[in-house]
Design a binder for this molecule. Structure first.
Ligand code: AMP
Ligand code: MG
Length: 349
């Protein structure tokens, strides 16, 4: 008897591995005019669109009935008539096809529409991006995808992650994250880098190479307060650094925080770099997106940690495209998590 979600796991690993190769190659070729600006002013690159096109194309082929909640939508891309829009569409088509038609690698199945000769048209790829328009909700199966989480880190050549998760009846069952720039050892930033992380509920979490080899099981170490440091965003607009400093003081944490872009923070946490990830809002109104936390939350719990919002409530992935009722995020080892929640209660926001 095969393990639960084994097909989904393999498809998600293949899709994320291909998307990681694509994003690395986009970074190496990136030129300024390939960056457009979204309403929220975050940079969206050709990499976001083409990575979403690749992952959604593979998911749609392997699981045609599953809806997808993806970060990007292709409406601007489809309607633009300028030369820049046309160049962007061609670049996305070329990049997505390069990724989809690359030789079959570990675990790939040609039936998922992969391998030489399986090019798609621009229209098919833009429609695949728009398969990500699902509204989310409490029941049934759905995938959620952030094709490049941490676009600011990506553009700086620092941390970003390709994040894909399967949610069934509001519960994350499978999470895969590709971190092409994450050093294998954070204390050796110039050493070897790049890993793919995977977790299936009840089956544990592991770290693999970008070519999906060398699986290493992940287990959060038990860390005392004196060994603990916070993992936090680089961008001060995304979470309150000063609040984290105050919680650190309340807890008596002396180590400085490690700042890192993207959900790579969850991967670092799950393998024991740091000890706690704290993300408290900088203002009112921002609602965390499900694709920014689904895969990371499962990785942390399957590595033996705990994750809740800043008030200690479970994350609710069944309310649509956002974690609408949650306030902030706290992920940490199961022993220190309650201490952090207690310290937050004593600390002025
Ligand atoms: P990080 O790299 O951890 O700072 O997180 C990157 C993510 O922050 C992006 O995926 C955005 O969706 C998200 N984001 C954008 N604006 C905000 C905000 N005001 N508060 C919290 N997260 C945000
Ligand atoms: Mg994101």
């Amino acid at each position: 008897m095969s393990l639960a979600f084994s097909l989904e796991r393999q498809v998600a690993l293949s899709a994320v591995a291909r998307a990681c190769r694509l994003t690395s190659s986009v970074f190496n070729k990136l030129v300024k005019n390939e960056t457009v600006t979204k309403d929220d002013k975050s940079p969206v690159t050709v990499g976001d669109y083409s990575a979403q096109a690749v992952v959604n194309t593979i998911l749609s082929r392997a699981f045609p009935d599953d809806p997808i909640v993806g970060e990007e939508d292709a409406s601007d891309l489809k309607s633009g008539t300028s030369e820049t829009a046309q160049t962007l569409r061609k670049r996305i088509t070329d990049l997505a096809n390069e990724a989809l038609t690359a030789d079959l690698a570990y675990g790939d199945v040609a039936d998922w529409g992969l391998g030489p000769g399986r090019e798609r048209t621009t229209e098919e790829l833009l429609n695949a991006i728009d398969r990500g328009n699902h509204a989310g909700g409490a029941t049934g199966r759905m995938w959620t995808l952030d094709p490049i989480d941490g676009t600011k880190g990506f553009l700086r050549g620092e941390q970003y992650a390709v994040c894909l998760a399967l949610i069934v009846n509001s519960r994350v069952e499978l999470g895969v994250m590709g971190c092409p720039n994450l050093p294998h050892d954070l204390s050796k930033p110039d050493g070897p880098r790049g890993s793919i992380f995977v977790a299936v509920r009840g089956q544990g979490a592991e770290q693999r190479t970008l070519t999906l080899g060398d699986p290493k099981p992940l287990q959060l170490p038990r860390l005392s307060i004196s060994e603990l440091s916070f993992l936090e965003s680089v961008e001060a607009a995304h979470s309150s650094h000063s609040f984290n400093d105050r919680v650190s003081s309340t807890l008596g944490i002396t180590k400085p925080p490690t700042r890192m872009d993207s959900q790579a923070k969850y991967c670092a946490l799950a393998r024991g770099d740091g000890g706690a990830y704290l993300r408290m809002p900088t203002g009112v109104g921002y609602k965390e997106k499900i694709w920014d936390h689904a895969s990371g939350s499962l990785l942390v719990t399957e590595a033996g940690g705990m994750i809740t919002d800043g008030r200690g409530a479970p994350l609710d992935f069944g309310l649509g495209r956002t974690l609408g009722e949650n306030f902030g995020i706290v992920a940490a080892g199961a022993d220190v998590h309650p201490l952090i929640i207690a310290a937050i209660k004593q600390t002025k926001l």
